[in-house]
Each structure stands twice: as C-alpha cells, then as structure tokens.
Design a protein around this ligand. Structure first.
Ligand code: SF4
Length: 365
C-alpha cells in the first residue's frame, strides 16, 4: 500500500470491521491518544462501525488543549510587552487564558504573529536585532525536533534576541498517569504513530507490562485505526498486554536517531502541568542549562499569575477519557468554536471541536 486512498478503502474497512466483530466477546474500552486520531474517528464515523462491546474514549493527545492556563497567561503577559514579537502556530491564538487570549493581545496593539515553522521565528529574530522574538514551543515529542533545531540554529547565528516559551508534553508519562488514576476505565491504548516516528516505542514496553495494558502504535487513516483496534481487541481477548506496531510502514522500534539526538542536545525532561489534569511528573521538556539563556520564562519575569478556568468547562474529564464532549453541559451552548470556553473547542485536534464540526451529538459511545 502506497497511497492515502488505500487506507480509506471501503472493502478493507469492511474486512477489518468484520474481523473486530468476530474477535470481540465482551465489553472493552480503548483510548486513542492522539487528537488527529480522534478527528479521523469522528469524521469517518469509525466508532459507529464498531460492535457495541467496543467503547472508544478520546485521550489527551492535543497539545494545544493540554497547555496550562497559567502558561497561556504567561504567553499573554510576554506578548503584551513592548519590544516583543510573539510568534506561534495559529491554533494557540484563540486558546482562552484567565482573562484574554493572544488574539486579544494582538487586537490591542501587541505584535503577535502566526508562523509556520520555528525557523521562521529565528529568521525574524535575525531581521529584528532590536526586538525580542519569542516562539511558543507547544507540542508533543513530534514537534520537539524542529523546536530544538531552531534553538541550535539561533545559537549558530549568534542571536541573543531569540527565546522559546516551552510547553512541550510527553506521551508515556500521560499514559502512566491515566492508568494510575483511580477513575481510569481505559483497558488498551492506540498510541500516536507520529510521536513514535520520532521516539520509537521502547518507552511503552515497561508501561504495557506494569499496567498489564495493551498498547498498539497506530496511524491516522480509517484502515490504520480499525487495524489498531483489531490488534488491541485480540490482545484483550487473549489476555495479552504487549506493545504492537500497526504503523510499521513509518515507525521503527528505535524511532529517528537524528531527531532524538537534537532533542537530547537542547531539552531535558521536567514536570509539566496539563490543563484540566494537573501536574504529571517528568511529562514535559524544558531547555537544558546550555540553552537557558533562550528560556522566555526566565528572561521575561512576569511575576506570579493566578490562573482561572471557566467553571463550566469539563475539559479535564474529556482529556482523560472520563466523559465525552457532548456530555459537557456547555457543549454547543455557551461553548462553540466561535466562542470557546476551553481549548478542546479551539484546536484543530481538540475532541470538542471534532464533535462540533462533524455533528457527532448523537455519539453515545
Ligand atoms: S465543550 Fe467547551 S466547555 Fe465543554 S469541555 Fe469542551 S471546551 Fe470545555
């Protein structure tokens, strides 16, 4: 198989759906980690193809959604500073902080710019030596290599006006936190294929063993997702808890050595607060001491920030798979993509936005 169409082929979808029906004998709850997988599931109605024994729940794999309100407030405070050019991917601009978002800063005269690569921000810093250029480094392990490359490039160019506001989050500690929670109901995971493209999947082996939970590295097309579910169901039915690689056409066990090396050069693991979930130990990246002069949090002292979230938003439960977006009382009422109360309604990978966009109000599972 070489082309995307082949991964959306109706006959293959039917074959896989039939195989899942034959394999399943009792109820199972499976979580897809990645927001891209969530959108594919809702967009293509994959959950409605499954036997009623299978419940899919959506995980915290939308980095925009899990960036803490405190960090959004810090971004807003830095972006509002005179002399700062604040750069970010577009999704982050409308994520609500305690009182306003980055778009609000832009509307009141702040120099907030959308970029398409962190290297664009480095180029801006080179062109504007009298300004401070900050890049909002948001993302899972997938985006970390490009952000690390930007830091290396800025260092190579001798720039002292380039900074990273680092909001990186890591998948394996999030899986451990979900499985370790007393309210957990997840029995198997579809791991995010693109994260494993960078990091490989060796980190998942001790998790599967410790929690006796199958983990299947899975791609993003309907055929990939159904195949990942089939592999997970077979493991559950057979009482196995292995790590399997459905996305073998892209993912290698050891990942991408070059990408991992540049991450390790620039970043080190650190505790991270996840929006709506709380602090998960060693679940993020921070800049290593050798790159600390680029740390926007250190350079721009914005003092103590008191973060406040909408009391209506249940994003924490949605992101942990405890509740579905349409079970939020504010869904489609007080909270819409035009007037979002929480990040999952903003991001292109957010579960609430997916349910709203694809009209999945009747998704009962
Ligand atoms: S629908 Fe809106 S308010 Fe409800 S959980 Fe999603 S983002 Fe939060």
């Amino acid at each position: 198989m070489k082309f995307v169409d082949e991964y959306r082929d109706r006959a293959t979808v039917e074959t896989l759906t039939t195989a899942i029906r034959s394999a399943v004998s009792r109820p199972w709850t499976i979580m897809e980690i990645c927001g891209g997988q969530t959108h594919a599931i809702v967009k293509h109605g994959i959950d409605r193809l499954l036997p009623e024994e299978i419940t899919l729940v959506h995980g915290p794999g939308c980095p925009v959604c899990v960036t803490s309100v405190e960090l959004i407030d810090r971004a807003v405070a830095i972006a509002a500073r005179k002399g700062v050019i604040f750069t970010s991917f577009g999704d982050m601009l409308r994520v609500p902080g305690s009182s306003r978002d980055l778009l609000g800063v832009k509307a009141t005269g702040g120099d907030v710019r959308i970029v398409y690569s962190p290297l664009d921000a480095v180029a801006l810093a080179a062109k504007n030596p009298d300004r401070s250029v900050v890049f909002f480094a948001v993302g899972f392990e997938t985006t970390a290599p490009a952000n690390a490359m930007a830091a290396v490039q800025a260092r190579k160019l001798g720039l002292t006006n380039f900074f990273l506001l680092t909001a990186h989050v890591l998948v394996p500690p999030a899986i451990a936190a979900i499985l370790g929670s007393p309210s957990n109901r997840v029995q198997a995971f579809l791991a995010a294929g693109h994260v494993c493209t960078v990091m490989g999947y060796e980190e998942y082996l001790p998790l599967a063993e410790r929690f006796r939970t199958p983990i299947v590295v899975t791609g993003f097309e309907p055929v990939d997702i159904l195949h990942g579910i089939l592999l997970a169901v077979r493991q559950l039915e057979e009482g196995r808890a292995d790590v399997e690689n459905q996305y073998a056409r892209v993912v290698r066990r050891e990942g991408n050595a070059g990408a991992r090396a540049v991450i390790a050069q620039v970043f080190e693991p650190s505790d991270r607060t996840w929006r709506g979930i709380g602090t998960i130990p060693m679940s993020g990246y921070r800049l290593r001491p050798a790159f600390a002069s680029m740390d926007a949090e250190q350079h721009f002292d914005v003092g103590h920030l008191e973060a406040r979230e909408s009391p209506l938003c249940i994003a924490g439960s949605v992101l942990q798979g405890i509740r579905k977006p349409h079970e939020c009382p504010a869904f489609g009422r007080e909270c819409t993509p035009e007037r979002p109360l929480g990040a999952p309604m903003v991001s292109s990978e957010g579960a609430c936005a997916a349910y709203y966009r694809y009209g999945a109000l009747n998704h009962g599972r």
